[in-house]
Design a protein around this ligand. Structure first.
Ligand SMILES: Cc1cc2nc3c(=O)[nH]c(=O)nc-3n(C[C@H](O)[C@H](O)[C@H](O)COP(=O)(O)OP(=O)(O)OC[C@H]3O[C@@H](n4cnc5c(N)ncnc54)[C@H](O)[C@@H]3O)c2cc1C
Length: 461
């Protein structure tokens, strides 16, 4: 570990409102854990910031001491990019405050907040911004990569609702990025991930949602998967923007609405949300119940915040995880055959493959209107390898990689930057797509020495 001089650490602590956590401190072990348990990094120092000025102090400390710098929002990134070995981690997990101005339909949230922090604050006013499907994820990392979830077909990617951000740049300056202030930085941050600075506060445009929404699960046996997938493809081609239906293939968890004999069996589930008046949604979802003979369903009107947390029990932190992902513009029969084949040989009960339906409003902005380039993606697939015993690493990772290869011929070639693992450096350009060169030029302007490098990295041009 790099030996940081005690005097320098004392100088950092002097004006620091948060906590400076060092390897000998009691908090260190818990502070160096992230969602994915395969990540095992040992930073020299964790600067758990409480204020924007703490972040400025920590950025300057990293520069002055020539340290590798990592930035932690919600700690969910599969690649473990929130941490680094031997360097400094700017940990924003204490910066979670939200403010909502219902009159102007604007909300702000600090850079370490989780989706739940923002959902709860906005839903108090019947408002929301499109965020992801697991409420313990960080708003920051999700937003900076693009961000999508149940509301995206109706209201677009998360970045499409971003109005401005307060950013601490590599120069240690606090700037506001918006369409009129540092517009190049604002463009780059909307999909360029953590390459351009530390975001201490986001400002979003909010949308009316719920607070009660029609949502839930309809579950079919794997034996009916091909017919379900084919009907799903036809259904989604005509579905209104308000209706999101995702596909999840896995072993059935012990859900109370499924017979015990179904638990642990391979299934295909339709997960749905209607982002409008539930009464108008009811007849629209009726065909989903007739794709075959369901094993069970749990669909009803429930608080949006409850549906946002519905998948949390399957996605708890502390398990070992390895992901592979493709974007799709169309769903081919060959893809359906491949996915069914691989679900029949799941290497652990927690592994799953899902298809998130985006499309709708996510496709309307031009691919160069923000750094996020994948406006052609109708579906984002994630092969979610998940297990507990390190002895299963090779088997579970091998399964994910093999299915990834088998499904590649049907994919669009693009990939969602937030689903890339640490070993996919060769896919970084595919993740930024046609916008890579412009991003590299903006990187040169705002971060010429690549201080923000522990991410899906863009080299300064
Ligand atoms: C269980 C689970 C479910 C998910 N579901 C979805 C989903 O439905 N939709 C979706 O779009 N994505 C989803 N994701 C992916 C998610 O968007 C990424 O993992 C994202 O990077 C998480 O952000 P974080 O802040 O939690 O991560 P962290 O690991 O803390 O951060 C990831 C990277 O983002 C950057 N970063 C974080 N905070 C800041 C900041 N304040 N300023 C500057 N840079 C920062 C840094 O480069 C950091 O390395 C999911 C992830 C998980 C684990």
């Amino acid at each position: 570990m790099t030996k940081l001089q005690a005097t320098r650490i004392a100088a950092l602590k002097e004006n620091f409102k948060g906590q400076v956590i060092l390897p000998d401190d009691d908090l260190y072990e818990s502070a160096r854990k992230v969602w994915n348990a395969t990540i095992d990094k040992h930073p020299a120092l964790i600067a758990r910031c409480a204020t924007t000025s703490d972040v400025v102090g920590a950025v300057n400390f990293a520069k002055d001491n020539g340290l590798v710098l990592a930035v932690r929002g919600g700690g969910h990134n599969i690649a473990g990019s929130a941490l680094c070995d031997d360097g400094i981690v700017i940990d924003l997990s204490q910066m979670t405050a939200a403010q909502v101005d219902a009159g102007s339909l604007r909300g702000t949230i600090e850079g370490g907040a989780t989706l739940a922090d923002f959902d709860v604050a906005t839903q108090a006013h019947g408002l929301a911004v499109p965020l992801g499907i697991n409420s313990t994820t960080g708003v920051a990392g999700l937003t900076l990569g693009g961000g999508f979830g149940w509301l995206s077909r109706k209201y677009g990617m998360t970045i499409d609702s971003l109005e401005s951000a307060e950013v601490v740049t590599a120069a240690g300056e606090v700037v506001r990025a918006s369409s009129t202030e540092h517009p190049d930085l604002f463009w780059a941050m909307r999909g360029g991930s953590g390459n351009f600075g530390v975001v201490t506060r986001f400002e979003f445009r909010l949308h009316p949602v719920g607070p009660n929404v029609l949502s839930g699960l309809i579950v079919y046996p794997l034996s009916e998967a091909k017919a379900v997938l084919q009907q799903y493809r036809e259904f989604m081609a005509k579905a209104p923007d308000e209706l999101s239906v995702w596909i999840v293939l896995r072993q059935a968890p012990p859900l109370p609405f499924l017979a015990e004999t179904v638990h642990g069996k391979e299934i295909i589930a339709l997960a749905l949300l209607y982002a409008g008046d539930p009464k108008q949604g009811e007849p629209l979802i009726e065909p989903l119940r007739k794709f075959g003979t369901p094993l069970g369903e749990h669909v009803g009107v429930q608080p949006y915040t409850a549906w946002q947390q519905a998948f949390n029990p399957l996605l708890t932190p502390g398990a070992r995880n390895y992901w592979k992902s493709h974007n799709f513009s169309v769903l081919d029969d060959g893809l359906f055959e491949a996915v069914i084949e691989y679900i029949k040989k799941l290497p652990s009960p927690e592994c799953e493959i899902f298809f998130g339906a985006i499309g709708g409003a996510t496709m309307r902005p031009a691919p160069d209107s923000a750094a996020y380039a994948h406006r052609d993606a109708r579906f984002v697939m994630n092969v979610h390898g998940r297990w507990t015993d390190p002895a299963d690493d090779e088997r579970c990772i091998g399964w994910a990689r093999d299915y990834f290869k088998a499904s590649a011929p049907f994919a669009s070639g693009g990939v969602y930057v937030n689903f890339l693992t640490a070993d996919e450096g060769d896919r970084v350009k595919a993740a930024y797509g046609q916008n890579y060169d412009r991003l590299a030029r903006i990187k040169r302007k705002y971060d010429p020495t690549n201080l923000f490098s522990t991410n899906q990295n863009i080299q300064p041009a």
